[in-house]
Ligand binder design. Sequence first.
Ligand SMILES: Cc1cc2nc3c(=O)[nH]c(=O)nc-3n(C[C@H](O)[C@H](O)[C@H](O)COP(=O)(O)O)c2cc1C
Length: 377
Amino acid sequence: MGFRSTEERKVHHLRISLEEDVESKASTGFEDVHLIHRCLPEIDPEEIDLKVEFLGHTFKAPLFISAMTGGAPEAKMINANLAEAAETLGLGMCVGSQRAALENSGLEDTFSIVRERAPKAFISANIGFMELPRLDEKNIELLIKMVEADALTIHLNALQEMLQYDAKPSFKSLKSSLESLVRSLDIPVIVKETGCGISSEDAAFFEEIGVKALEIAGLGGTSWSAVEYHRNLRMGKMDLAKVAKTFWDWGIPTVAAILEARSGSRLPIIASGGIRTGLDVLKALVLGARLGGLALPLLRPAIEGPDRLSSFLKNIIEEIKIGLILIGAKKVEEASEKPFILTGLMAEWKRQRDLIGRKRISPGTLTSVIKEESLDQ
Ligand SMILES: Cc1cc2nc3c(=O)[nH]c(=O)nc-3n(C[C@H](O)[C@H](O)[C@H](O)COP(=O)(O)O)c2cc1C
């Protein structure tokens, strides 16, 4: 496939995400997570410490700008604005897939602009798992150098690959390609999904091979089946559009994916997929995530300009702060020690999957035990 097709695909994805309804109709599960209100918090808003450590970097708030774009001229300005927000607010960011820039070096600046605008922020490079068998050492080096990356994110998008009329996926041997890449790199590798979540079994595998963090990107936010449904419709590929519609709401809901990843591994988790408010972020932190990640909700503000984007993100940060006070936590780190109630599908999910089971808790993680006990009652 020529490089034009990757670039064109990126433009289609951006346009469809802006113009169509591409969100899952299934829920993230956050409505089943209930935090316990503390009516005498004894904490003043200015005392709240939002700082959080992630892969050796200190973020000023527990927020991550999830991978979105690059690889098309339209994307350069979006990436510049996202990077500026990451830098000024002290957050982290992952660029979109850099495949297009590997195929056409003329597109490198649509990614490298990120490091120009965010010289100090945590920035992750990004490539899809399907590319791994084709990439050599030089390619990987280039991806990392392009954004002077602090980490390399490998995104997993098996469902989307099968719904693209212009892709011919082969999933064989990707596990071993991933394993040898992880073992050969001296910067941390983050594995992320793209809207279908990560199971406990897969999380355990990733930890075992040396992956350093997971972005679970669960069901409940952007649906790549929805994006590909619209793309197939636009291209007259009606049969594949029908298949894409069938899988519109496929995946592990974000809340369940956080629980799954926590039970399968002890890796730091970026919770994403349908995170839309600071309260969603807070619930994710209480469930054990390290950061909350957003993609789609940032796209329009990023196009509208840096001020619009920054005020959108500041609002989310303000909501996290208010929420922390209301659960009686002075620091972000304390959130994961707070109790919660699970109801409905998420409680049933946990019950049937036996998540955060006693046998999988490492000795000394009192937090998990307390939570498990509060869940068992
Ligand atoms: C327009 C757009 C482009 C995206 N491109 C990528 C990509 O190139 N690589 C990737 O790993 N994830 C990509 N994603 C997925 C997001 O990083 C995220 O996992 C997913 O959208 C769920 O988060 P959300 O519900 O907040 O959008 C993209 C998302 C959007 C909306």
